[in-house]
Design a protein around this ligand. Structure first.
Ligand code: ZN
Length: 362
């Protein structure tokens, strides 16, 4: 028996990626610059999805076939209504994402916010990047063998604990928690928006508040603290090593801010592991070392914090792993008899944590 194929679509602020997962591994991936505006966003996503399906699963859609498809994008995405709103970077104010994609692809499409989908992807992938290092996308992707994404592993492997927290360090800061395979959304989907917790300082935040966590722990924070104007290096850690005092101060602030975010997530969610993803992970091992150094500093100040073992619980997802697209592929609940049913909201933990009868590999 083979596991059914699944399609995951990640509509990012700059790039749209589509992955086809089958037999527990990534069968195909396509990406292209994201479209702009509601129709542009959908056009690019549909084109990539059809390219992947035509090449690798020509009978997966249409004719009564029932390929599970999930899609994610930034902004407020409601898995129940299927609507996406306020995706400012994509020039999308309001879009019936599930409806448009479903109509164009001919199958039900489950939708979710991209960070929440990425958290689900990290849950699926847990344990498949080298512990203690940033690793590389290549090694992780090659490690996605038949067992890696397969339901058998998911149903029996609890090395990642019952909860995983995902911290996305992009232009902004956002997080999501997956508990027993289910994304925690909260009543309004705002669970995990820790970037807009005021923590001090006088930097204005895009949300209208001042001193949000995002203003000290994000790509935009780094850009503000270490402005591009006049600098030659592109990596602030390398620049700091070369004696750039501004870069050294900037990475210190950001690593301290991310350390605070990790501590916050661990304390608030109880997640055993905090996985850091997003564009800033391209900074690689020095970023992880900086975050861990901050967590060790916190531990030295408090026995209670020391006992949490935070430095060992934080991991950096290798850059370029299509974690959100992988998570999107798993948004569709395995039992879709009643139509699309996003795992993140409608399924009880036992269903959404996978490992259902009939889905096992081999
Ligand atoms: Zn804010």
């Amino acid at each position: 028996m083979t596991a059914e194929p699944r399609l995951g679509i990640d509509i990012g602020g700059t790039k749209t990626a589509v992955v086809l997962v089958a037999d527990g591994s990534v069968q195909a991936m396509r990406s292209a610059p994201s479209g702009r505006g509601a129709s542009g966003v959908v056009d690019v996503a549909v084109r990539l999805a059809l390219e992947v399906l035509d090449a690798h699963a020509p009978r997966a859609v249409g004719g009564g076939a029932d390929l599970p498809v999930g899609a994610c994008m930034p902004g407020l995405v409601d898995p129940v209504s299927g609507l996406a709103r306020h995706a400012v970077n994509l020039d999308v104010e309001s879009l019936d994402l599930a409806g448009e994609l479903s109509a164009r692809l001919g199958v039900p499409v489950a939708v979710e916010n991209d960070v929440k989908a990425a958290a689900l992807g990290a849950w699926r992938l847990r344990g498949f990047w080298p512990a203690g290092s940033a690793g590389s996308a290549g090694s992780v992707m090659s490690g996605l063998s038949a067992a890696a994404l397969g339901p058998v592993r998911e149903s029996t492997d609890h090395r990642g604990g019952s909860a995983l927290a995902y911290l996305n360090l992009g232009t902004g800061l956002a997080s999501a928690v997956v508990r027993d395979g289910v994304v925690v959304r909260g009543i309004d989907g705002a669970a995990g928006e820790i970037g807009h917790l005021p923590v001090g300082g006088d930097a204005p935040c895009t949300c209208g508040q001042v001193g949000c966590l995002e203003t000290v722990a994000s790509g935009s924070a780094l850009a503000r603290l270490w402005p591009a104007v006049g600098r030659r290096a592109t990596n602030p850690f390398a620049a700091a090593t070369d004696g750039d005092a501004l870069a050294a101060a900037a990475v210190d602030v950001v690593c301290t801010g991310v350390g605070l975010a990790v501590q916050l997530l661990a304390l608030a969610s109880g997640a055993e592991r905090v996985v850091v993803g997003g564009g800033l992970t391209g900074l690689g091992a020095p970023l992880l070392a900086g975050i861990r150094a901050d967590l060790e500093r916190r531990a030295r100040s408090s026995r209670m914090i020391d006992a949490l073992g935070l430095p060992d619980r934080v991991e950096l997802l290798p850059a370029d792993v299509p974690v959100a697209a992988l998570g999107a592929a798993w948004l569709s609940a395995p039992d879709r008899a009643g139509g699309p049913r996003p795992a993140s909201v409608a399924s009880p933990p036992g269903l959404a944590s996978v490992g259902l009868p009939g889905e096992r590999v081999g």
